[in-house]
Design a protein around this ligand. Structure first.
Ligand SMILES: Cc1ncc(COP(=O)(O)O)c(C=O)c1O
Length: 389
């Protein structure tokens, strides 16, 4: 591979760009993870990460990808044959379902066309129909990274309550946390699943479980035999700031810096920044005359925008043209929408010129790839940014 001048634009919807501050923090020497300094560091980190999830409950951090954190939540709570209600918002909801099926769980999957977020009424209806209360858990994806849909977590909580159901409520906010408003405690979530590599701006490799009191209680007698993922073993050591096995020390340094950066900006300001940049991106897509994957405007994510290419065009070809010519990586279409969409990530350590550069590369790439569209998308985004400056 030959050297390319300038900075590569990593505009996939995660892993996101890690800012220099985080990279520098990670470059510090690894410390003794059983020594006294680590205990002080770990205790503070495990305390402070709770603010990002808006919780007072424990947050477990595994050296794992997000998929590991999905599995951890399921094995601590459920046994083969237990029934789960899951909702098909896109590829990540589908993969979580596949994982549950492999663990022997019995999943009722509310099917979807990948163009909407979770519909709380559908959840309520399914739960009301479960008069024998056989459903043990409800699992949803807060921000569906494959389609760009953000679902209303609190409305789903209200739907569960309206149905009078006592199933545990599990939410994957791997790509929502640090980008979009999220409140583990206030929204009555039992387990939140997180990851380091999206809004938390840290490289991939940390998976998280936020554990509410009801979930903790169920885990004490429930779940399956487990070792690596066991919440109890983690929590015991975490109380002193330590881990039952070697933690991903340098990734934790990065996460420490990320928490500080989010707090310095102010979480609310971070959400407003994401909302504004996402709105500008949507203005561009509209001006191009292209369709967004998510049909309902208020379900469109502030983390990424999935853009459909017209019939007869190949979204992967468009992405390849943009990468080759401009060194900009966009997200590909996954699963059912492979080749039909490309995804623009506008998350994490991201600002106006990065957005405009990305959109300019996309608009030029559309032209180079002969995708029928109107020009003026970048101009529409610039106008929006000027109007909201
Ligand atoms: C919403 C969501 N859930 C789960 C995952 C899986 O995480 P990982 O690839 O880190 O295992 C991803 C990854 O992009 C995701 O976006």
């Amino acid at each position: 591979m030959s050297s390319r001048p300038g900075r590569h634009f990593l505009q996939i919807p995660g892993p996101s760009n890690s800012p220099d501050r985080i990279l520098a923090a990670m470059a510090k020497p690894t410390m003794d993870h059983r020594g006294p300094d680590f205990g002080i560091f770990g205790k503070k980190l495990l305390n402070d990460i709770r603010g990002i999830f808006r919780t007072k409950q424990p947050v477990i951090i595994y050296p794992s990808s997000g998929t590991g954190a999905w599995e951890a939540a399921l094995v601590n709570l459920f046994q083969p044959g237990d029934r789960l209600l899951m909702i098909e918002t896109g590829q990540f909801a589908t993969l979580w379902q596949d994982l549950a099926l492999r663990l022997g769980l019995d999943v009722e999957f509310i099917s979807g066309d990948w163009r909407r977020g979770v519909q709380p009424e559908e959840v309520e209806e399914k739960l009301k129909a479960d008069s024998g209360k056989t459903i043990k858990g409800i699992c949803m994806v807060h921000n569906e990274t494959s389609t760009g849909a953000t679902s209303r977590v609190f409305d789903v909580r209200k739907a569960i309550d309206a149905a009078g159901h006592d199933a545990l409520f599990l939410v994957d906010s791997i790509s929502g946390i640090g980008c979009a408003d999220y409140r583990h405690d206030e929204w009555g979530v039992d387990v939140t699943i997180g990851g380091s590599q999206k809004g938390l701006m840290t490289p991939p490799g940390l998976g998280m479980n936020v554990i509410g009191p009801k979930a903790l209680q169920v885990s004490q007698t429930g779940g399956v035999r487990r070792s690596y993922w066991d919440w109890a073993a983690m929590l015991e050591l975490n109380s002193g700031g330590y881990f039952p096995y070697t933690p991903a020390t340098n990734l934790l340094y990065g996460l420490r810096e990320a928490i500080d950066m989010l707090n310095e900006e102010g979480l609310e300001n971070t959400f407003v920044r994401h909302e504004r940049l996402a709105s500008a991106a949507r203005q561009a897509v509209q001006a191009w005359g292209l369709e967004m994957q998510i049909e309902v405007a208020d379900e469109r994510s502030n983390v990424l925008t999935a853009v459909r290419v017209p019939d007869g065009c190949d979204a992967d070809h468009v992405r390849a043209v943009i990468l080759k010519n401009f060194d900009v990586s966009l997200g590909n279409g996954l699963g059912k929408v492979k080749g039909k969409v490309f995804r623009i990530g506008h998350l994490g350590d991201f600002n106006e010129p990065m957005l405009l550069g990305t959109l300019a590369a996309v608009e030029t790439g559309l032209r180079l790839a002969n995708v029928p569209h109107q020009s003026g998308g970048v101009d529409a985004a610039m106008r929006y940014l000027a109007d909201t400056a």
